[in-house]
Design a protein around this ligand. Structure first.
Ligand SMILES: Nc1ncnc2c1ncn2[C@@H]1O[C@H](COP(=O)(O)OP(=O)(O)OP(=O)(O)O)[C@@H](O)[C@H]1O
Length: 622
């Protein structure tokens, strides 16, 4: 099942049969984006390239003038020494031309260097700006855009394009520069012999079409193979990373991952090799045609010179122009197809930017009630994850009163975490409605609603930053308020852990950076719970909050939690009945439906599934 934003996304990605030139449609937008990053630098880059583009033809023209001016002078200056000759009237026109060539050479060199510098600066600014845009856009999207494998491929490609396509700028501008230079040569050549230009151009066209075609194929191959490439990255990660090292070593998995990697890499290599071989064969064939055309043209120019139709200067100019034109056209050809290929990749980035979130602020958003008076009411709620057909939750009716502590229990996959995601509006139900104080959740601004919810998921993030910032992530605007951070840490019992750290609250934690201090699973969990307290939210959601806590810690954390949660709504997911029994009401879920509901005592007395599960766990302790 596709949602609105996703459909849009899919229709704008590359259509089969699209030719490489079609991919160039992104170039104007690309230039506009670069321009937006820095109008001044972009204008300077374009201006310098324009000047630089005119220099080669100017130099050849000056070269022709030098030769034509030298020819009548040959032999006349033999008896004169250099100084006399330089000041002689006859040498003046020649010296002027030499000075002009010298100035042009200097200008070409200097402009080349400044252009290089401008490119580097602009590229860095563009890459940074695109990365920021990517992060901003990702932050605006729904969770659904991240959770499916298909969407991860797209995100993956977009992320690569944001950081990897900087050199495109140099290519685009260099390409424009080559075109202008070619035009100047072509005009120069056409003034003498128009058919020369036509001959060379015609000879190069088939090569261009072939290059463009193979670039499209290469892009399609890459596009199709994104899942395989992601698998390769993943296998590389499994085989060589700190997070997996323990298990890989103990289970002896190194060889297995290497074999899988090598097999997959070999498949990909075969596909790339086939394409590369076909490309080289066709490219070679068309190159022979182009070179033959060039030499035929050259022969004709020489013949015209020998027969006296062209001067020696003309020969130098035409020969030089032809040679340059050939190399330039060839570079342009390769550049164009390269550019088209690169530009095709821009499709990934721009189409990622085109995805729109579905969960957005409604026009007349209702303010979130403070305090919440009635709580949540779920009416006949049904939900399927996008792209799947199985109902994870179906026909669910549930009221969670303001100030109530409710526990969700049920076997793995019963839909507990999914229900929490719906309450936090990370997803919208496909059927039924969820009301908060009698108003549909869709009528609130999702950001405002989420500000009132402090949630810790079972797969909470372990930020590789200081202990202090780890807690502050719960309310990042208050990251300077050490008093708030300390009080959150006290409530979650993280303060005793932080007290043991060499640098206290400023201690970087986690293994990623050299001075990081790694914590145990339970210690991380206490830090994460502090993050939820930092929120000072009206609704607290703890998804398996005690999984890694030891028995004493769990008891203390929850004792406190009960006291501190006074007046707030709490939704608690846990497989530990010692925790669950503290709840005001327990909801037993099975296959996304409510099986039983009531207090611990009532459910035990009922002797149903809850009582069975409780007995099972209690027996384990006896
Ligand atoms: N992003 C997702 N895309 C597709 N299916 C999903 C996704 N997340 C969860 N599911 C499926 O939804 C069902 C319910 O998952 P959920 O995480 O809500 O269960 P749970 O009750 O919290 O389980 P546990 O006790 O193991 O945490 C599972 O069958 C799971 O495979």
């Amino acid at each position: 099942m596709l949602r609105k934003g996703q459909e849009e996304f899919i229709t704008i990605t590359i259509a089969p049969g699209q030719i490489a030139l079609g991919a160039m449609r992104h170039v104007p937008r690309f230039i506009a984006e670069v321009w937006r990053t820095s109008p001044k630098l972009t204008a300077l880059g374009i201006f310098l390239r324009l000047i630089r583009a005119l220099i080669p033809a100017a130099m050849l023209f000056v070269g022709k003038q030098i030769i034509d001016t030298i020819l009548p002078l040959i032999g006349q200056g033999a008896a004169v020494d250099l100084t006399d000759w330089i000041f002689s009237p006859a040498a003046q026109p020649l010296l002027l031309w030499i000075a002009a060539e010298f100035a042009l050479a200097l200008a070409a060199d200097l402009i080349g260097r400044v252009t290089g510098m401008v490119d580097v600066l602009l590229t860095e600014r563009y890459v940074n700006a695109m990365s920021v845009r990517l992060m901003e856009h990702a932050a605006s999207l729904d969770l659904a855009h991240f959770e499916s494998a298909d969407q991860q491929d797209r995100l993956d490609r977009a992320r690569r394009q944001a950081s990897g396509r900087g050199n495109l700028l140099g290519q685009v501008l260099g390409f424009a520069q080559s075109i202008i230079t070619i035009l100047t040569f072509a005009v120069g050549l056409a003034l003498y012999t128009p058919w020369l230009v036509l001959l060379v151009a015609l000879a190069l066209i088939p090569g261009f079409v072939s290059e463009a075609h193979f670039n499209t194929l290469a892009y399609r191959l890459n596009f199709r193979k994104t899942p395989e490439r992601r698998t390769l990255d993943y296998l590389r990660y499994l085989g060589a990373s700190v997070e997996t090292a323990k298990e890989v070593k103990l289970y002896g998995l190194g060889g297995y991952f290497i074999t899988r990697f090598s097999k997959l890499a070999a498949d990909l290599y075969r596909a790339s090799r086939l394409l590369a071989q076909r490309r080289a064969a066709w490219g070679g064939f068309f190159a022979i045609i182009a070179t033959s055309a060039y030499y035929s043209a050259y022969l004709l120019v020489i013949w015209h010179t020998v027969t006296g139709t062209l001067t020696l200067g003309d020969l130098t100019f035409l020969g030089g122009s032809l040679l340059r034109l050939r190399t330039l056209l060839e570079t342009l050809l390769l550049g164009l197809s390269e550019l088209a290929a690169q530009s095709l990749y821009l499709d990934d980035l721009f189409s990622f930017f085109a995805i729109r979130p579905d969960i957005v602020r409604p026009v007349n958003a209702v303010p979130v009630p403070e305090p919440i008076r009635q709580g949540f009411s779920l009416r006949n709620v049904g939900f399927r994850y996008p792209g799947t057909n199985d109902w994870v939750i179906r026909g669910l009716d549930l009221d969670i009163g303001a100030g109530e502590v409710i526990a969700l229990v049920g076997e793995n996959g019963a839909g507990k975490s999914t229900l929490v995601k719906l309450l936090c509006r990370l997803y919208d139900p496909d059927e039924g409605e969820i009301l908060l104080d009698g108003v549909d959740l869709r009528c609130y601004d999702p950001v405002a609603l989420q500000q009132h919810i402090g949630v810790i998921f079972q797969d909470f993030v372990r930020y590789d930053v200081s202990a202090r910032d780890n807690i502050a992530m719960g309310r990042i605007d208050d990251r300077e308020r050490l008093d708030l951070i300390q009080s959150a840490a006290q409530r979650s019992l993280a303060d005793t852990i932080i007290a043991k750290l060499p640098r206290g609250y400023d201690q970087p934690v986690g293994k990623r950076f050299t001075d990081g201090y790694d914590l145990s699973g339970g210690e991380w969990q206490r830090i994460a719970i502090a993050r939820a307290y930092m929120r000072d939210a009206q609704i607290l959601v703890l998804d398996e909050p005690s999984a890694a806590l030891d028995a004493r810690a769990e008891h203390e954390v929850f004792q406190r939690f009960k006291e501190l949660a006074e007046g707030r709504m709490v939704v608690l997911i846990s497989h530990r009945f010692s925790t669950v029994r503290m709840a005001d009401r327990i909801v037993v879920l099975e296959h996304g439906r409510i099986l039983e509901m009531g207090t611990h005592a009532a459910l035990l007395a009922k002797g149903g599934r809850y009582a069975d599960l409780f007995e099972l766990q209690a027996n384990g302790y006896r």
